[in-house]
Design a protein. Structure first.
Length: 579
């Protein structure tokens, strides 16, 4: 709900600050006084396209700021928060600045946002009807939702079932698409996996085999040096050459010497034990070296064979992993992938069967919903035509177009719904947004709003010169319908209405008169909030033109009294309904 509007340096407006209330806010004034300028400025703060040519002459920047109370609009609060706009105490301040270079600066509660984000927020704040395009109910995507709301609980029940089926259908189709993606590529992948598995399995790898073979290769490459060194070590231990005593012989003599010494000095007994242990260790070492020399020719493989085997392992490492463990793990992974591909046709067939069953269920419910929509459409057509004929559109024809597409599996059904209208005899019905005049557009919107009551979440509606082409009794009907919208359950609405009709002005909860005032060499547009006397004077002017007579004065008084009585009666009826 719009609480305050501030406009600076826009067209003829120098500085304007207007407070709006809940209920019916009427704006009147002489033709050309600048009533619609305020609405044009308001569209800027709602995200519509700006024009730097509208900057007041002599200034380099224009600013429009709107203060909105959105405390009852939970979805809008959530939308603002997704844009990072903090909402405190339900207040939203939108600001739009446009300079003479065409640069835009948009803010929401002080946070800079984009123009598209501003428009996204603005779409949920206000409906502006007239010569403007800010009309949520003229968007074809909303017509199906309106028709279903008119249809009531039955439509809602089938919509829920369809949405549930559509969700699962979408998921299964996604799984089918994944399996069907690039049939040739999948076949190539299958062949490649089979080749890789065969290559790894044919190698017969064992964990640690590469390290063992590398050690054997090192030994074989140094076999002669190894044999020479080990033989020399054995000779030193055993003394198999003539000119050298063996280490074991020397240790034997040492053992005998220490043994004799220990018989005399018991302190050498511990040393004797150590000598005995060393002798045993060296003797054992001698046996092991001898065994190594005996076996060296038999335990090692052929160097060529080892190098060939290591070549195979290195090739697999370059392709599949840094070591044998990684290669074997990779093999396990691609075996599972290949298994999935080999089972693909079976899985695909299963998905197709499941999809067919779900689509059959979807089609049945969709047909039931279509039948309900057709029935609801006929009722809505009659209701709209009745409302519009009461608003001086006697020749109007309304058509609720419902196209049923059985190949469509959307969450809202298989139907495309559009409201069409013909305002002139002999003309075929056309989309709502293409009807001829702003006044007709406003009356169509007024009729839709009257029928749908509290179904629309947007709290503020603006009617720009809705009275075009109507007068007399029709004018009174329009006035009563507009006023009725302000008390529509559950929380009522804010209506801002620019009008030339005294019948509408008399219904005002707050009445503004727009004036052009000469300020020096310039002209400025001013809003004047009228008190009761001011309302009566403005009504008298609207009734009598330039000259206000006693008759027009009395008529104005009578209209105000009757409007107050009508509003009071309407409010009592609404309260009774709510109770």
């Amino acid at each position: 709900m719009l609480r305050n509007l501030v406009v600076k340096n826009y067209a003829l407006i120098d500085h304007l600050a207007v407070d709006f209330n809940q209920g019916l806010n009427v704006i009147t004034g002489e033709t050309g006084a600048g009533k619609s300028i305020v609405i044009d400025a308001l569209t800027l703060v709602l995200g519509n396209r700006g024009n730097k040519n509208n900057i007041r002459q002599g200034e380099n920047k224009m600013t429009v700021q709107g203060l909105f109370d959105i405390s009852e609009q939970k979805k809008l609060i959530e939308k603002c928060e997704t844009f990072g706009v903090p909402i405190e105490e339900g207040q939203l301040v939108l600001t739009r600045e446009l300079d003479d270079h065409g640069r835009n600066v948009c803010r929401a509660n002080g946070l800079i946002i984009t123009v598209s984000q501003l428009k996204n927020i603005g779409d949920d704040l206000m409906d502006i009807h007239g010569q403007h395009e800010h009309q949520s109910l003229f968007k074809r995507e909303n017509h199906r939702q309106l028709l279903d709301a008119f249809g009531g609980e039955s439509n809602a029940k089938y919509r829920e079932q369809i949405a549930a089926y559509a969700k699962v259908i979408k998921e299964i189709r996604s799984q089918i698409d994944e399996l069907k993606i690039n049939e040739r590529e999948l076949e190539r992948e299958k062949e490649n996996l089979q080749f890789e598995i065969a290559e790894i399995e044919s190698a017969g790898l064992e964990t640690g085999e590469d390290d063992r073979l590398a050690e054997e290769k090192k030994i074989l490459e140094n076999k002669e040096r190894l044999f020479s060194n080990v033989s020399r070590a054995y000779e030193l231990l055993q003394g198999e050459t003539i000119d050298q005593n063996s280490i074991l012989d020397a240790m034997g003599m040492l053992q005998e010497n220490i043994s004799e010494t220990a018989k005399i000095d018991s302190s050498f007994e511990e040393k004797l034990e150590r000598i005995n242990g060393l002798f045993s260790e060296v003797e054992s070492l001698s046996f092991e070296i001898r065994s190594y020399l005996d076996d060296i020719e038999y335990n090692l493989g052929d160097l060529d064979e080892i190098e060939a085997r290591l070549g195979i392992i290195d090739k697999l490492k370059r392709k599949y992993g840094t070591d044998i463990s990684e290669i074997l793990a990779y093999a396990d992974d691609i075996k599972n992938r290949l298994k999935g591909l080999l089972n693909r046709d079976e899985n695909l067939q299963s998905y197709y069967q499941e999809l067919s069953k779900l689509q059959e269920k979807y089609q049945k419910v969709s047909q039931l919903l279509y039948d309900l929509r057709v029935k609801s459409g006929k009722s809505l057509k009659k209701a709209l035509e009745k409302e519009l004929r009461e608003l001086a559109m006697e020749k109007v024809q309304v058509e609720i177009s419902i196209e049923h597409d059985i190949g469509r599996f959307a969450s809202n059904g298989q139907d495309t719904v559009e409201f069409l209208i013909s305002v002139n005899p002999g003309q075929p019905p056309k989309p709502l947004g293409k009807v001829a005049s702003g006044g007709e557009i406003s009356r169509i919107m007024l009729s839709i709003k009257s029928i749908f009551g509290g179904l629309d979440a947007i709290e503020t509606m603006v009617f720009d010169e809705i009275d075009t082409g109507i007068s007399g009794r029709t004018a009174q009907v329009v006035a009563e319908k507009i006023q009725a919208l302000t008390v529509t359950p559950p929380n009522g609405r804010q209506i801002i209405c620019i009008t030339h009709l005294p019948q509408i002005a008399a219904m005002a909860d707050q009445h503004f008169m727009v004036e052009k005032r000469n300020v020096g060499d310039t002209v400025d547009v001013q809003f004047v909030s009228l008190d009761e006397k001011g309302k009566k004077e403005e009504l008298s002017r609207m009734l009598g033109g330039a000259e206000v007579t006693q008759k027009t004065w009395d008529h104005a008084q009578e209209m105000l009294e009757l409007s107050q009585k009508a509003k009071k009666t309407k409010k009592m009826k609404e309260n009774k309904i709510l109770s």
